[in-house]
Design a protein around this ligand. Structure first.
Ligand SMILES: Nc1ncnc2c1ncn2[C@@H]1O[C@H](COP(=O)(O)OP(=O)(O)O)[C@@H](O)[C@H]1O
Ligand SMILES: [Mg+2]
Length: 384
């Protein structure tokens, strides 16, 4: 193996943490930059810096000595990534790809230009323009930049909702009659070789607009699964740059597949790959950064992944249900080491592998019944 190389990660959240957990097995150094001194990567990166990933000079300084620059959050400085690429560093995702993906409007336009099926939409500069596109209602309004995990997305049923709409540039997107939300991970290397994972089925928690749980493989006909994989592969091919692409899809009630959005990084929908696949999404990403051969994406067992999000309130997190969960076969707890829990904050997840979907159903029910992350009063806040 070649001399030790350094990967500078922008962001220090749970995706970075799970990336580092795997990378520690190899001769690589991983540094992480995050504004939160207690971010999930803070105590496990080889080097951790506190700073803003959107600030050019901070990013340039953080990555100055790195060979490879990666992201674990999309809202990072594109200018800094472009400079780092110009300096000869290996930057994944490519800054041009990330620039398209950071802007939901540019992303939708990109799909349209590449003949990739996506829900009908219009780009609008302000809520007043919704009226002119009332043909798209009922719809979803999406802030072009800055949204994540459902923040920045709101339903607009009729023109009465205009008064509640976000200000600023948005995508107005026709509401799709969704039968199932799917996600497909594709890894693309420098030579355009692609490895694709089985589609996963995502179930959302309407309270927080976050993935509640998912299962792999999705319970869809083989033909639909192949179509979803084909579509995700087309997306990665259209971006035409090495990367890990998590493609979110809608399967409509009439059986059509539409691309919703793509994340050019590790994704919540791929966490089960740690235990359920030959090579996890984090291992693929490392292989990609290093220019090593891509791994085997095949699913070794059906699996479910249940997000553990903070219950109502704020404080030091306490998890219940560890004994119950660990006494079930094929369960794996991942806690992200966040020092504070908040309502709806992603604090960890549980993966379950089981021989069939019925066993997964039982396991999902059990995890949801036993596991919770609740805030306890921190020591500092206890009154004398
Ligand atoms: N056109 C649509 N029709 C129906 N539901 C949608 C539509 N667009 C988004 N949604 C719902 O909102 C969720 C969040 O939207 P998405 O564009 O994926 O934003 P985010 O960046 O927050 O993940 C989707 O997973 C889906 O449940
Ligand atoms: Mg999404």
């Amino acid at each position: 193996m070649a001399a030790e190389r350094t990967i500078a990660l922008l962001g220090g959240g749970q995706l970075g943490r799970m990336f580092i957990e795997n990378a520690l097995r190899y001769p690589v150094r991983v540094t992480s930059l995050d504004p939160d001194p207690e971010a999930p990567c803070a105590h496990i990166a080889h080097d951790f810096k506190v700073g803003r990933v959107t600030h050019d000079a901070t990013v340039l300084e953080h990555a100055a000595l790195a060979d490879i620059v990666g992201i674990e959050i999309e809202h990072v400085s594109i200018d800094a990534l472009r400079s780092l690429k110009a300096q000869g560093k290996r930057v994944i995702p490519d800054p041009d790809v990330l620039a398209i993906i950071q802007d939901k409007g540019a992303q939708k336009t990109f799909y349209e230009e590449h003949g990739i099926p996506t829900a009908p939409f219009a780009l609008i500069a302000s809520p007043a323009e919704i009226r002119a596109h009332s043909i798209l209602l009922p719809a979803f309004l999406k802030a072009r930049t800055g949204g994540y995990d459902g923040k920045g997305v709101m339903p607009i049923t009729d023109t009465e909702d205009i008064s509640k709409a976000f200000n600023g540039p948005c995508v107005l997107e026709q509401r799709v009659d969704i039968a199932l939300e799917l996600a497909v991970l594709v890894v693309r290397d420098d030579d355009g070789r692609q490895v694709v994972y089985d589609p996963v089925e995502m179930v959302f928690d309407p309270r927080y607009n976050l993935v509640d749980h998912l299962r792999a493989p999705a319970r869809i006909p083989e033909r639909t699964a192949a179509q979803a994989q084909g579509l995700a592969e087309r997306v990665a091919k259209a971006f035409n740059a090495p990367g890990l692409y998590a493609v979110e899809l809608f399967l409509t009630k009439s059986g059509d597949l539409l691309v919703n959005e793509t994340a050019p990084r590790a994704h919540n929908s791929g966490h089960h790959t740690i235990e359920a696949c030959a090579s996890s999404q984090f291992d693929q990403l490392l292989r990609l950064y290093m220019g090593w051969p891509l791994g085997d994406a095949s699913l070794k067992s059906p699996a479910a992944m249940i997000n553990l999000v903070g219950a109502e309130g704020e404080g030091e997190p306490e998890m219940s249900g560890v004994n119950e969960i660990l006494s079930m076969p094929g369960t794996f707890i991942h806690l992200y080491g966040k020092k504070a829990t908040r309502t709806g904050r992603k604090m960890g997840h549980v993966t379950v592998t089981a021989p069939d979907h019925q066993s997964l159903d039982r396991a999902i029910t059990a995890v949801k019944a036993h596991c919770s992350i609740t805030p306890v009063r921190s020591r500092h806040s206890i009154e004398p």
